[in-house]
Ligand binder design. Structure first.
Ligand code: SAM
Length: 281
């Protein structure tokens, strides 16, 4: 049976989400784990040293990447039998465009306890800022750098009725937005930059307009692009509504005409009823 390690934590793997720019976003529970874990597996010891200092942790670090050797991963899995191992990435949630998937996979295969300390992720933070639909979304991470692979990836997802989330960098931004406009259609999008930091900014527009905006002025800092779903029908104009109501009134009562047009054009039934009454008179 597993017993608590010297730290008082149950042995196993603790996935610790860190801030994406603002240290104050580290949760008290995450900080507690960082102070008590027997060892903290990190991407970059220099980057994580700063967060550990902020959390008041003096725990030892060990570098870990998913391309670390199988032997190193096996040693960490072995340690989890009697010790608590925290996994931390340079920013945000581990495993999200960051190392950790293989460690969690192998920890589960070995029957180790796996606990997550949920927290910030740039993908979700950007989605909430974008003003684009949030009911269905697909996280795409970084698009391939080569034009052919990028085009193939975009073609694969062009038909999905979902908002799309991409991680990007400033120098690639304009080209990537242009490729998205070509591969996905000129959809609504949002460029979210430096979330939770001093120069946080969200700019919205069509993919082509955003590509033009950044063509001569690649932005600095960290970037997430959110792209809206395809084929959002434009909101019907008052003229469209009148034309549809006039036609429906030749066949139906005011009430039924308003109901039919409301459904067809996605407009408010009560407003259409009032307008249909006026038109009838
Ligand atoms: N694991 C991280 C997470 O949960 O968001 C993502 C790590 S990935 C290697 C780094 C990328 O995330 C950056 O290149 C950028 O696209 C995005 N990113 C991270 N922090 C960000 C921030 N504060 N504002 C905007 N994008 C950010």
């Amino acid at each position: 049976m597993e017993t608590a390690s010297a730290s008082g934590l149950d042995p196993g793997l603790y996935i610790v989400a860190g801030p994406i720019g603002n240290l104050a976003d580290l949760s008290p529970r995450a900080a507690d784990i960082l102070r008590r874990a027997d060892v903290v597996a990190v991407e970059d010891t220099r980057v994580s040293a700063r967060l550990l200092r902020h959390a008041g942790s003096d725990r030892p670090m060990v570098p870990y990447h998913d391309h670390s050797s199988d032997a190193l991963r096996a040693r960490l899995i072995e340690r989890m039998a009697g010790e608590s191992v925290a996994l931390l990435s340079d920013a945000g949630t581990p495993l999200i465009s960051d190392p950790g998937y293989k460690l969690v996979r192998d920890a589960r295969v070995a029957g180790r306890q796996v606990t997550t300390l949920p927290g910030p992720s740039a993908a979700i933070a950007a989605l909430t800022l974008s003003g684009l639909p949030t009911d269905r979304f697909l996280f795409m991470g970084f698009l391939p750098a080569k034009a052919k692979a990028r085009g193939d990836t975009l073609a694969e997802i062009a038909g999905l009725r979902a908002s799309l989330i991409f991680y990007e960098s400033g120098p690639r931004l304009s080209d990537s937005l242009a490729a998205m406009a070509q591969g996905l259609g000129d959809r609504d999008a949002a460029v979210c930059r430096e979330i939770s930091k001093t120069f946080e900014e969200t700019v919205t527009g069509t993919l082509s307009a955003l590509s033009d905006r950044y063509a001569d002025a690649p932005p600095k800092g960290e970037i997430v692009v959110i792209v809206g779903p395809p084929g959002q029908a434009p909101v019907a104009s008052a003229e469209d509504a009148d034309a549809a109501l006039r036609e429906a009134l030749t066949r139906l009562s005011v009430s039924k005409a308003a109901g039919e047009v409301a459904k067809k054009l996605g407009l408010d039934r009560r407003t259409l009823y009032d307008r249909a009454t006026e038109l009838k008179e």
